[in-house]
Write a protein of this length. Structure first.
Length: 136
């Protein structure tokens, strides 16, 4: 496993917007954004992103999560980037699920990432606090 996602051979082929949000995820999001108590071994910043680079549905789910949080943090946040990445992730996941009855860890991580986005959106719409003590 590489320590830096930019060292992955696939990195050079990614669109700039995908690179931006993957870096945003690595540099600005933490286990608290996932309502985790802790992140042993920097899983979310290393292993998770490395897996995402090798499975497009997960990569776009991670991009959507990062774009969502980026949009929330800015007055001029681009909700369109979030929606585009989210829709692409769901479409790619549906294609992947239709191909075979046997699914991988990457498939499960994609489903969990998309579910995390929905939980965060619902909590935000209901004004439910998402502090560090709010673990799933």
């Amino acid at each position: 496993m590489r320590d830096d996602i930019t060292q992955n051979p696939r990195w050079a082929t990614l669109p700039q917007s995908v690179k931006f949000y993957l870096k945003y995820h690595r540099n600005n999001l933490s286990h608290h954004h996932y309502s985790w108590k802790y992140d042993a071994g920097d899983f979310l910043k290393k292993t998770f992103l490395e897996i995402a680079l090798n499975f497009e549905p997960l990569m776009y789910a991670v991009v959507a999560f990062a774009a969502y949080h980026n949009a929330l943090s800015r007055e001029d946040g681009k909700v369109k980037d979030f929606l585009d990445a989210y829709n692409k992730s769901v479409s790619l996941l549906r294609q992947s699920l239709a191909k075979t009855d046997r699914h991988s860890l990457s498939t499960l991580l994609t489903i969990l990432q998309l579910a995390t986005i929905e939980v965060r959106r619902v909590k935000r719409s209901l004004n439910v606090p998402t502090q560090n003590t709010d673990y799933l």
